[in-house]
Ligand binder design. Structure first.
Ligand code: NDP
Length: 451
């Protein structure tokens, strides 16, 4: 059995049965057989099943939120928001089966039409930071487009994916269309990536593993979408609302204990407001309630594992700590919210994805200068621009090499809008209307009409 450790206590609290990689052939064959009739079914039926899955998740929302909270260490309020987002994701993509429109293209001598065909069986490999949310961003559009899905959640956090499979079956999803497999990435995940019956891999996780998946998928010209790491910048100009820019960092940088690919872990603040910004930030960080994820007032929980906490601590070890918040002592994988300053742009904490509750603060003076420095990273996932000047906001937003930008806000992900990265933050987009492109192939059919 795979034993699961509760991050807040450091103790084993559940166990799941591992999937034998040798059974993958049968799983994929069953999925392929089921996919055929799913794709051929009345689109209204597929839409109905997706809505029923959304309803099933909604009915069990509190149990799912508590499970996610215990398994990840995510504060319960955030876990509730996450589950509400999962419901909304299935509802959003339930509209898709009946709207998978093709084109008619003017041609000589006949009619030319396009169809958006499902890929077949798709493999999903998901991480531990937002397990059910990220699974739903892939499962819902994949099923809506007529595919079957084999989902491998992170070994640390499989529980809500297992529940999703059960809820989907109860909601009427035919057998074998959503199969959750449990086990380690380097063995089971790799077997999924290399399986010849899998037509596409959708992955969220580290850039290191994303690179490996892309290379292995290349052997079979397998489709891939990759949502990888980030080193997102927040840029704070002198005319910004400093209160909003600092209080927002509770979610924008320390949310989910910083274990968020969109975390604004580098903050560039204009020299003229640096002191005021840091004073406000010190008060905000001191006020973050770190503790039991199931307690209603908790704003930040522990890190997901001792390994993740040790990784964060090692990266921060020789960096200049300006101030820290508090965190519980004793068992559990605790790490206090931490602000580093002054930090050279070249320091590893300013270059590598920390994936912990840590930000580095950097001073700047010029607009072009800060855009150049914000772009000096291999990543390009998200970012925030804080200013009252709309022209400047748009200039800077156009200049930043990242896929998900917010002005006077730290939001990154909306179910209805595209999400994904530039550069080594990934390949392709999830969510929004275009996600369906990543789960379909365009087929072109020419019908001769001339005599
Ligand atoms: P990984 O990239 O290793 O894990 C993500 C998923 O990929 C998990 O399901 C994992 O399985 C699986 N996996 C691992 N190796 C392979 C492989 N060779 N082939 C196929 N699948 C594989 O992330 P980590 O958990 O190691 O986290 C390390 C760092 O990655 C973090 O500190 C953070 O910087 C970054 N990260 C970024 C995320 C994002 O949202 N962009 C999410 C998670 C991590 P299993 O865990 O079961 O072994």
């Amino acid at each position: 059995m795979i034993e699961l450790v509760e991050p807040a206590t450091g103790e084993v609290f559940a166990a799941v049965e591992p999937t034998d990689p040798a059974t993958l052939d049968a799983i994929v064959a069953d999925a392929a057989a089921a996919q055929w009739s799913w794709a051929a079914a009345d689109p209204a039926y597929r839409a109905h099943v997706l809505r029923a899955i959304a309803d099933g998740i909604e009915r069990e929302r509190e149990e799912l939120a508590r499970l996610e909270s215990r398994n990840v260490g995510m504060p319960i309020a955030d876990a509730r928001d996450a589950v509400a987002g999962v419901v909304a994701t299935f509802r959003y993509y339930s509209a898709a089966p009946e709207r998978l429109l093709g084109d008619t293209i003017p041609v000589a001598g006949g009619i030319d039409v396009t169809f958006r065909e499902p890929i077949g069986v798709v493999g999903l490999v998901t991480p531990w930071n937002f397990p059910l949310s990220i699974a739903s961003w892939k499962v819902a559009p994949a099923l809506a487009a007529g595919n079957a899905v084999v989902l491998k959640p992170a070994e640390l956090t499989p529980l809500t994916a297992i529940e999703l499979e059960r809820i989907a079956r109860t909601a009427g999803l035919p057998d074998h269309l959503l199969t959750v497999v449990n086990g380690p990435g380097p063995t089971l995940g790799r077997a999924l990536v290399e399986h010849p019956g899998i037509g596409k891999i959708a992955f969220t996780g580290s850039t290191r593993v994303g690179r490996d998946i892309a290379a292995r998928a290349a052997a079979g010209i397998k489709r891939v979408t990759l949502e990888l790491g980030g080193k997102s910048a927040a840029i704070i100009f002198p005319d910004a609302d400093l209160d909003a820019a600092t209080t927002g960092l509770v979610g924008g940088a320390f949310g989910n204990a910083g274990q968020d690919c969109c975390a604004r872990s580098r903050v560039f603040v204009h020299a003229s407001v640096r002191r005021q910004f840091l004073d406000r930030l010190a008060a905000v960080v001191a006020g973050i309630t770190v503790g039991d994820p199931l307690a209603e007032r908790t704003r930040m929980g522990p890190l997901v594992s001792a390994r993740q906490r040790d990784r964060v601590a090692a990266l921060v070890a020789d960096a200049p700590v300006l101030f820290r918040g508090t965190a519980p002592d004793g068992p559990g994988h605790w790490y206090a919210p931490t602000v580093l300053h002054p930090v050279a742009d070249e320091h590893p904490v300013a270059r590598e994805e920390i994936f912990g509750p840590v930000i580095s603060v950097h001073e700047f003076t010029g607009e072009d200068e800060v855009v150049r420095r914000a772009n000096a990273t291999v990543y390009g996932l998200a970012g925030s621009i804080w200013t009252a000047d709309l022209g400047r906001a748009l200039r800077v937003a156009r200049g930043i090499e990242a896929g998900a930008l917010a002005v006077n806000s730290y939001t990154s992900v909306r179910i209805t809008t595209p999400f994904g990265g530039f550069k080594q933050s990934g390949l392709g987009r999830e969510l929004g209307p275009y996600a369906l492109d990543a789960y379909t192939e365009t087929k072109n059919v020419y019908l001769r009409t001339e005599a």
